[in-house]
Design a protein around this ligand. Sequence first.
Ligand code: MSP
Length: 648
Amino acid sequence: MERFYITTPIYYVNAKPHLGHAYTTIIADTMKRFQQMMGKETFFLTGTDEHGDKIVQAAEKNKCTPQEYVDQISQLFKDLWPELGICNDHFIRTTDSAHKKVVQDVLQKVYDSGDIYFGEYGGHYCYGCERFYTEKELEDGLCPQHQTKPEYIAEKNYFFKMSKYQEWLKQHILDNPEFIRPERYRKEVLSLLDSGELEDLCISRPKSRLEWGVELPFDNNFVTYVWFDALLNYVSALDYPEGENFKKFWPGVQHIVAKDILKPHAIFWPTMLKAAGFEPYNNLNVHGYWLVNDTKMSKSLGNVVAPLDMAKKYGNDTFRFFLLRDMHFGNDASFSEEALAMRQNAELANDLGNLFSRVLSMVKKYFGGVVPQPAEYTEADMELRELASNSCKNFQQLFDNVRFSYGIESLWELVRALNKYVDSSQPWTLAKEGDTARLGTVMYTMLECMRKVAIHLWPVMPKSAEKLVAQLGVEFDPVKANLPAEVEAWGTLPVGIEIAPGSNLFPRIDIDKLRKEIEEATKAAAAAAKKAAAPVQEAAAPIEFDDFTKVDLRVGKVLVVEDHPKADRLFRCEVDLGEEKPRQILAGLKEHFTAEDLLGRQVVVVANLKPRKIRGLESHGMMLALKTADGMEMLTASGEVPAGTKAS
Ligand code: MSP
């Protein structure tokens, strides 16, 4: 039996699942179901990526330990998938001990083979991406993903000799045109490989900076870089090296990712596999981004779509159908509830639901609800049969090549042709004329085509497809359904069985009403965002005027910003307050600012705060900052004023 292994990225647990995560996982689920129907033995993996800086920061924000935090958020992902009708075979967490062991084993193997070395590196580190950027990769000095300023970090670390495999990788991509698809991403990777020598990959983080990770097996002062850890989930989940699943499913794997993580999957991962002695994966399938109102989803814009809200309101199947239908795999697409409702009305309620309820009620009326015997087929019938055969064939080829929207379109060509066929063959006239033989043929032709449509829809809309097949009165076991045979098969629907008509499965949505609802919800969200932007902070207890005058606030200029040698969260700053010597002030601003952000800035300082020692260094004064909904802003003077200017 042919085997099929499909994976999603393992999602970071620093945020709740949203539309983007749901999309990738729904695609993987659809692919699994489709390949099951194509007769393959399947394995579908998803999970969560739980190590690294980001997670530690998120846990701190939530005032819990990293372990407590990852347990909580990982569970949200794990619980969401069944609610969206997703049937993954395994859910992996990078904190699983079996996974950690695989990471260590592979590291040791690559280290022993001489492809990991110790060296020093300085680079622009983005905490959001958990990776270093080269000067060239930054856009106006900012991280291209997060538009934030990365921090320049120089430290000793372990490196993986990625550059050694550059030529091999290039050749492999050239020899295997489907290795990375669609083509635009393959080209992007090839041009990256052509643009110069790959840098070796820094695969460790010193424990002095980060402890939350898998310890290097050959140096316990370091933990593994999250990507080297995370990518290995694809083999650890199969119980590499001895597991049955590993023997069965590797290397025939298809990875699904979005364009944001193309480089780790197209460059780090295959070179890691090569160095560790694995066969490369089969395909990397790269999709675009879902945008909302043409912008990236973001918490601060308040436009993050919660998948469960949509699925609860419209049903899992409509939600899945919309996502697969409206995004051309590889390109970005815009999500809107209105577009979803319009798809439901046009393609599900009008085209599909209506076809079923119309035809089934005719069978009920003209044949007492029993599938009639077809007589002789006419040219029009044969044309329709031919179209049905082509639709099935195209659908299968397109789904095999992750071109879901086109695949659905080819099925809808058949649905639309069936609707036309009802009108042109005029069953009501045949009934009136008493031409039962012809009427039976027309009805049977339609029912058999509808059966084909319904079973092909199962990977996309499992529950609805099952209901549609049940309405046709047949038993349906998707795993036993032989999809490839459906291209040629005719006459599978047994004559004489009883159909079970029901109402239109897809109700029409009142678009005007929905628009009003959305308008109101948008207004409410904007008002809530405004409120959140100026967080209500508890007023402090009143003080006497004399107390206030005791506070000496002065404008200063930041001359030096360095890391506090013993306290991870503190900067050691030197601030010019117009005095003989700059003041040393220790500031806990690292979470929100980089050294470059602060250097040279005018700040407002509480100048007469008594000096105090923090971890061995004296701090004399305090720089003031404003807490905002998004983080922090430094308090400053609106124009340039001499250092030491007093506020009053
Ligand atoms: N943890 C890494 C992946 C490691 S895999 C070995 C990671 N996690 S993530 O939580 O940021 O997930 C990124 C993935 O989520 C994308 O590649 C994509 O699959 C999905 N999406 C997140 N936002 C998306 C959109 N707006 N649109 C479509 N999918 C997106 O990166």
